[in-house]
Design a protein around this ligand. Structure first.
Ligand code: C5P
Length: 222
């Protein structure tokens, strides 16, 4: 094993989509694979952090040395994150559904011959990143993601301020990033913007974990 600069630190990571139930057999979701968040959880564990990964439904194995809490909906994800506090580091890589169905049906919705299709009323989901950023037990370093298809850095810079997080990992998703293995990111911090080259998701994770270690556990002077 190499150096463990994050030994003694607790990192909370979210990953994957959320599933928002319509009825007992149906849900609304999105195309997140969870790959980037899982890779970040693994990379933080390699650097010695104790890692809690709160994961939506994905088809990925638990990363080595990481405690995985599996959830389905955004509200379950928020509850699991709050239960995992305190943490030194939070990396919110999940693609949380912005809306849920306002009233989940307790029985399967029936297709009645001749009847109109149902109309689903939606409700806003909680913003987990913003909630943790303003939490009484706020992690020392809060990192959010921003998937953008245009004006990537401008939107990410505004999002950093709006959400109250410390860093935004801005993701250019105009290509085939969703479900793919490579990623092009810009790291937006209070100090400015770093443009990273296109990298495999595992390499993005390692570089981000090293950057996090430099921020929360700076090497002793001398
Ligand atoms: O607002 P937007 O969804 O673009 O912000 C993306 C960032 O916010 C990601 O870090 C995502 O994990 C987080 N987020 C969240 N809870 C939500 C929506 C987004 O934690 N309900």
């Amino acid at each position: 094993p190499g150096a463990q600069p994050l030994a003694g630190k607790h990192a909370l990571v979210t990953a994957g989509p959320t599933h928002e139930p319509i009825d007992p057999v149906r849900y609304i979701a999105n195309r997140s694979s969870g790959k980037q968040g899982y890779a970040i959880a693994a990379a933080l564990a390699v650097l010695g952090a104790r890692v809690t990964l709160v994961s939506g439904p994905v088809g990925l194995p638990d990363p080595r040395g990481v405690t995985v809490v599996r959830v389905e909906s955004a509200r379950e994800m928020l509850a699991a994150c709050e239960a995992a506090l305190p943490a030194d580091i939070a990396v919110m890589a999940a693609a949380v559904a912005d809306w849920r169905v306002a009233r989940e049906a307790t029985q399967k919705l029936k297709k009645t011959p001749g009847a109109a299709a149902p109309t689903l009323e939606m409700a806003l989901n909680p913003d987990i990143l913003a909630t943790l950023s303003h939490h009484a037990s706020r992690p020392g370093l809060v990192v959010g993601f921003a998937a953008e298809t245009e004006a990537v850095v401008e939107h990410a810079t505004a999002k950093r301020l709006r959400k109250g997080c410390d860093w935004i990992v801005a993701n250019d998703v105009s290509g085939d990033v969703m479900g793919g293995d490579r990623n092009t990111i810009h790291l937006v911090t209070a100090a400015g913007v770093e443009d990273w080259p296109e990298l495999p998701k595992a390499a993005v994770a390692e570089r981000l974990a090293a950057r996090i270690a430099g921020a929360v556990a700076p090497p002793p002077p001398g």
